[in-house]
Design a protein around this ligand. Structure first.
Ligand code: ADE
Length: 246
């Protein structure tokens, strides 16, 4: 899979995309990441890419022409065929479901804004998808882009092992259960007995219940879409009633 990132700060990706698993995925030829400096498509001698907002207001807005031309020239016929993502705090929430959808494409373009935003016509002309990585505001889209690449890349077959993918948080619609490793006792805290039992069926049942308990406590919003057995739904109801009576 190929990622094309359009940015004003190519240096921002040093680190997040040049270490560890994402580095290895590139070395192994599983993914390719190309960084494009939007300023190279500026048309004036100051290399400007932003201007004052129509209607007034604080800050600067990134102009449409350098971005649209950078993307069209780089993607060619792939414009309209591959997803073009525009990280923005005003976008729809980026989730594992959306990541899986992006991972099915053979190419993904990401447009990063700085300043107070990007001219709306960029989204319209390129058919871009505005996505937010959470309900908070960052100084720009570059860290969000690095996160999106990381989340999508690890879904590409071969980037991480399949078992880790199947077991983790959000894949089942629930949060992940707690994990332990040696030492068995640390500062008077013991690893739960069941995990030492070697009884795989009981361990799986315990982990499932812990996932459910955590999700119920920390992210009850996820329970609506998670696939639960009727026994699990009843358990959730009991925990909620017990919580309400506290
Ligand atoms: N740019 C600034 N804040 C952002 C957010 N929360 N998600 C995506 N892009 C952003």
């Amino acid at each position: 899979m190929r990622f094309d990132i359009f940015t004003l700060f190519p240096g921002a990706y040093e680190g997040p995309l040049t270490e560890s698993i994402i580095k290895r995925a590139q070395d192994d030829g599983l993914i390719e990441i190309a960084l494009h400096d939007i300023r190279n498509w500026s048309t004036d001698r100051h290399r400007s890419v932003d201007d004052y907002p129509y209607g007034g207001g604080a800050g600067m807005v990134m102009m449409a022409p350098p971005i649209v031309e950078a993307v069209e020239e780089t993607l060619g016929d792939d414009v309209g065929r591959v997803p073009i993502v525009l990280p923005s705090p005003a976008g729809a929430l980026f989730t594992q479901v959306i990541a899986r959808e992006f991972a099915r494409a053979d190419r993904l373009a990401i447009i990063c804004g700085r300043y107070e935003g990007i001219d709306q016509r960029v989204t319209e002309i390129l058919g871009a998808r505005e996505v937010s990585i959470g309900d908070f505001v960052m100084t720009g889209g570059d860290l969000a882009a690095a996160i999106i690449v990381d989340v999508v890349a690890r879904l590409i077959p071969g980037v991480i092992d399949n078992e880790s993918l199947a077991m983790e948080s959000h894949t089942s619609g629930l949060l992940e259960y707690p994990q332990y490793t040696r030492p068995q006792r640390y500062r008077e805290r013991d690893v739960p007995e069941i995990l030492l039992s070697g009884h795989h069926a009981r361990i799986d049942a315990w982990r499932r219940e812990e996932s459910l308990r955590r999700t119920c406590e920390r992210r009850p919003d996820l329970l609506e879409r998670a696939s639960l057995t009727s026994t699990e739904r009843e358990q959730v109801k009991r925990w909620r009633e017990a919580g309400a009576n506290e």
